[in-house]
Design a protein around this ligand. Structure first.
Ligand code: PLP
Length: 467
C-alpha cells in the first residue's frame, strides 16, 4: 500500500490482530493467568483494585519485583515500565532513599496523631515549590481534591464545582460528569449514587472560553477544579491564553480555582503551575509526592486561608470540642507519609531529576515522531514535561470531544498488548508514557524500536485504508 494518506483502520483487521497478540500474551504468561483466575475467588473484580483488570492483555501481569524503571513479572519477563503505577511510581520503584526513610520512620512510629519535626521542613518546601501559603495532608489525591472542594464551598457558600469534559480527579462525585451533545451526563454511565449531579456540578469543554464564561456567569460555582494540562483522556494542552482567561473569569465571578497537579507534577519541581507561572487559589498533588506511600497534599493562598479561618478559627479554643472539619483523616499527615514526602522532595524528585526526565521525554517524543513520519501515519505526539503520548489523530485535540472523535479503542488495545509482548508497559487507559529518575536512555530506545515495529506492522498488514 502506498501509505500516502492513511487515516482509518479496518475494525475487523484490528480485532484479528488483537486476538493474535492476546493469544501470544496468554502463552507468555501462564503463571499470571493462573494467579488472576485464583484472584476471582477472593476479589470483587479479580484483583485487589478493580483498576488492575484494565490491561490490554486480557488479564494483568503479577509483579514479582519492581526496581527503578523496570518490573519483573511472575513468569520472569522484564518490562520497561512507562506506566509507573499511573504516576504513583514516578519516583522509580524500590528507590533506596525512600525505602530507608520509610523503614526508619516505621521503626520510630508510623502514626501518632501528633506532628513530627520533619513536618516543618515539608511545609516550607511545599510553600517554596508550589508558591501557596498554607498546606494540609490527606491520604490520597482523591481526598485532597475533596478537601479543596469542601473548603471552596465553605468559603464561597456556593454549591457547584465546574470541571472540564474528560477530566479525572479520582473518586470525586463532582467530577464524574461529562458532556454529551452539549448536555451534562454521568461519565462512562457511572452509577449516579443517589445524587442529582446537576445540583453539584457543571461541565464544559477544556479550552472553550465562551462556554466557561457562560457557566461561571450565574455565580453559583464555588470552584473550577482542573488539571492545568489534561492527562486523563488523552493528553490535551491548554491553548495559548486559556489559562489567563480561566484565571480572569474565575476572579471576575468570585469563583475559586483549584489546580490538580497529581499528574502534571511531572512538568517540574513545582508542577505545571510553577513552570508556567499560574496562580491557583488552591492546589492539590497526590500519588508520586509520597513516593508510593499513600499520601497527598492540598495548599491554598493566604487569602483563602483567612476566609476559612473566619469560619473555622485557626486556634482551637481551650475548651475541648469536636475537631471535625469534614476533611483529612486519621492517617493524614502521619509521620510515615511526612517522612516519605521529605525523602521524595529532598532527594528524589529534585530539579536535576526533572531536567533528566524531561530530556528523556523529549528524546522519546522525537523517536515517536520519526516513527510516525517514517511510516506516514496520521498520528501525532504530545509532550508535556516528563510525559509523552502518541495519539491516533493527525492534530493535537483541543478538548475531550475531539479526543473521542479521533479515538480508536481497538488500535489502542492492540498497541498496548503489542508493547507488552515486547517488554514495554504503557499507562493502560490511553497511550501515555512517563519518565522517572531511573529511566535510562536504553529504555527510551526500546520504546522507539517497538513503536517503529508497531507502525511498520500496521502498514505492512495492509490494515490501513486511505482517507
Ligand atoms: C489528576 C488526578 N487527580 C486525582 C487522581 C486520584 O488519585 P488517587 O486515586 O490516588 O486518589 C488521579 C488519578 O488518576 C488523577 O489523575
Amino acid at each position: 500500500m502506498s501509505g500516502a494518506s492513511l487515516s482509518t483502520i479496518d475494525d475487523e483487521t484490528v480485532e484479528r490482530l488483537i486476538a493474535g497478540e492476546q493469544a501470544a500474551f496468554a502463552a507468555r504468561h501462564p503463571k499470571s493467568h493462573l494467579l488472576y483466575a485464583e484472584g476471582q475467588k477472593h476479589y470483587l473484580y479479580g484483583a485487589p483494585s478493580h483498576w488492575m483488570r484494565r490491561w490490554a492483555g486480557g488479564f494483568p501481569i503479577y509483579v514479582a519485583e519492581a526496581q527503578g524503571a523496570h518490573i519483573v513479572d511472575a513468569d520472569g519477563h522484564d518490562y520497561v515500565d512507562f506506566c509507573l503505577g499511573d504516576s504513583g511510581g514516578m519516583c522509580g520503584h524500590g528507590n533506596p532513599i525512600i525505602a530507608e526513610a520509610v523503614a526508619e520512620q516505621m521503626r520510630a512510629g508510623a502514626t501518632t496523631m501528633l506532628p513530627t519535626e520533619k513536618s516543618l521542613w515539608l511545609g516550607e518546601e511545599l510553600q517554596r515549590r508550589f508558591g501557596l501559603a498554607y498546606w494540609g495532608l490527606t491520604t490520597s489525591a482523591s481526598d485532597a481534591n475533596r478537601a479543596a472542594i469542601r473548603i471552596a464551598r465553605m468559603v464561597t457558600g456556593r454549591p457547584k464545582i465546574l470541571v472540564f469534559n474528560g477530566c479525572y480527579h479520582g473518586s470525586v462525585e463532582e467530577a464524574h460528569v461529562a458532556l454529551r451533545d452539549g448536555q451534562m451526563v454521568l461519565r462512562n454511565n457511572i452509577h449516579p449514587n443517589g445524587l442529582d449531579h446537576g445540583t453539584i456540578a457543571r461541565v464544559v469543554e477544556f479550552n472553550d472560553e465562551e462556554a466557561l464564561r457562560d457557566a461561571l456567569a450565574p455565580r453559583d460555582v464555588a470552584a473550577v477544579l482542573a488539571e492545568p494540562a489534561m492527562t486523563n483522556y488523552g493528553m490535551i494542552s491548554p491553548a495559548s491564553g486559556f489559562h489567563e482567561t480561566l484565571r480572569r473569569l474565575t476572579r471576575e465571578t468570585g469563583t475559586l480555582l483549584i489546580l490538580d497537579e497529581t499528574h502534571t507534577f511531572s512538568s517540574g519541581p513545582g508542577g505545571y503551575t510553577k513552570e508556567h507561572g499560574l496562580q491557583p487559589d488552591l492546589l492539590t498533588v497526590g500519588k508520586a509526592i509520597a513516593g508510593g506511600v499513600p499520601g497527598a497534599v492540598y495548599g491554598m493562598t493566604e487569602v483563602v486561608a483567612e476566609r476559612l479561618w473566619q469560619i473555622v478559627p485557626r486556634v482551637n479554643p481551650v475548651i475541648r470540642q469536636s475537631a471535625h472539619l469534614g476533611f483529612g483523616g486519621t492517617l493524614a499527615g502521619g509521620a510515615l507519609a511526612v517522612a516519605a514526602m521529605c525523602a521524595v522532595l529532598k532527594s528524589v524528585l529534585t530539579e536535576v531529576a526533572f531536567a533528566r526526565m524531561h530530556g528523556l521525554a523529549a528524546e522519546l517524543a522525537a523517536g515517536a515522531r520519526d516513527a510516525i513520519a517514517a511510516h506516514r501515519l496520521p498520528w501525532h505526539v504530545t509532550e508535556i514535561g516528563g510525559r509523552v503520548e502518541c495519539m491516533f489523530s493527525p492534530d493535537p485535540p483541543r478538548n475531550a470531544t475531539e479526543v473521542a472523535a479521533a479515538r480508536h479503542g481497538g488500535l489502542e488495545t492492540l498497541l498496548h498488548v503489542f508493547f507488552m509482548n515486547r517488554g514495554v508497559l504503557l499507562t493502560p487507559f490511553h497511550n501515555m508514557v512517563l519518565m522517572c529518575p531511573a529511566t535510562a536512555g536504553a529504555d527510551v530506545q526500546r520504546h522507539t524500536v517497538v513503536l517503529n515495529e508497531f507502525a511498520a506492522w500496521i502498514a505492512a498488514e495492509g490494515a490501513v485504508t486511505e482517507g
